[in-house]
Design a protein around this ligand. Sequence first.
Ligand code: FRU
Length: 495
Amino acid sequence: MKSRILQKARKYEAEAEKQISIEERPVFHLSPRTGWMNDPNGFVYFEGKYHLFYQYYPYGTFWGPMHWGHAVSEDLVHWEYLPAALAPDSKNDKEGCFSGCGVVTDDGRLALVYTGVRKMGKNISDKSKNVQIQCLAMSKDAEGIDFEKNSFAVIESEQVPQGCSIEDFRDPKVVRTEDGSFLLYAVNKNEEGKGQVLAYKSKDLKKWDYCGCVLKNVSGPGVMWECPDLFTLDGKAVLMMSAQEIEQSEDLDPGSVGVCLIGNYDKAAHKFTHEKTIQVDRGLDFYAQQTVQAPDGRHIMIGWLQNWDICNYRIKNTKWFGQMSFPREIKIEKDLLIQQPAREIEQFWKNKKEIKALKLFEGKQVLSEINGNCLDLTIVVRKYDSEMSYFAVNLFEGNGHFARVYYDFRNAKAGVGRSHAGVKNALLSERSCAYKPEENELKIRIIVDRFSVEAFFGEGELAMSMCIYDEKCGSGVSVEALGSAEIDVLGYEIS
Ligand code: FRU
């Protein structure tokens, strides 16, 4: 039986979706069916399709009581909405169905493991406080559309180690182990008020035993952690998560940031030792990334193309807010996280345009052959003279507005900026970071989709993304230089 709360959400979203024309949405980035979206949840390959759930509040474009929205795709490019999967309708999640994951069981069912938020129990003095517990919902049909919630929470507050927070205990990610059982990683706030990742083991997804603390935040990154994801990639143990209250350093930008820790994982002791910290995306908007392994073995990562510190800004009368990044293939090479747009995008390349050895002079040159705001561009800058100090690609150009991806040769910094793209508030609208191109050749791949820009420098060793909220932007593309060089441009429209 579907609860009234879920039925109401499903009815509402089906109607509200009709009010949003396809022109008002991104073309190949997932946006909420209606209302608000934050973290990707339950990213899983099930019965021939990628399922992507998301933190969802259908009734408004701001964060509210969390539901799980649901979409499926066969190609990671085009998504089809399915009815909302979870609503805050049971005693264990009345205050919200927070982030979690999807896992396929041996009997072919899709299990959603998520954080339920509920008021504290009777015997706890401050009843107004919320606790976070881990919950389970199992698919009831072969397509994974309707889910049945387990009557009891599968990891209760009592299973949190002594002295650690029961209010901050969330975002379970479940993986299968070699012996067929399940391992769950969740974040928790420790005795010092900082993040840690806890591990639990189960044979049936219902009874979980605590195995230990995988990693405790001793010297960063940030303070509290969210959304852990632990896996092996190219022979390295990788712990991805998102960290809050980061302070600026050479390698990390301040605020809430998606991070990737590379190190070693002792499976028997459930201990992660951490050698290197990488910010997943050095642009303005990227958080709460989650990965899935594709049937062909590729690791695909998707993130929320937003940032908690600036997500309260939006263009007037928007009917949806929040979008996902384009799914990215990830690799570890020479201790670097390498990211590229999932190759599935190539099936949708249209109108190939190639410009070879274009001479760049001081100033701006419009690339008149390339136009649009759904593009996949690769630009290679070569033969730069010693005076070459700056190169920029301007996107969405028109009416004096544009967004920009650039490289500052003098200071060896890559950057993205949207200060001329309709921003009317004192928001963060520019970010740059240290970057050295390989072998006197600067290569940038940029994917553009109406409301966003994702830039990949070199082979993908640096990703920088940002959302664009511009009511007046155009569709022109130009390049700009200080100094002279030669460029090759390869551009496709995406549809
Ligand atoms: C991360 C997060 C999660 C939480 C969810 C709530 O962005 O704060 O930790 O489960 O969002 O919507």
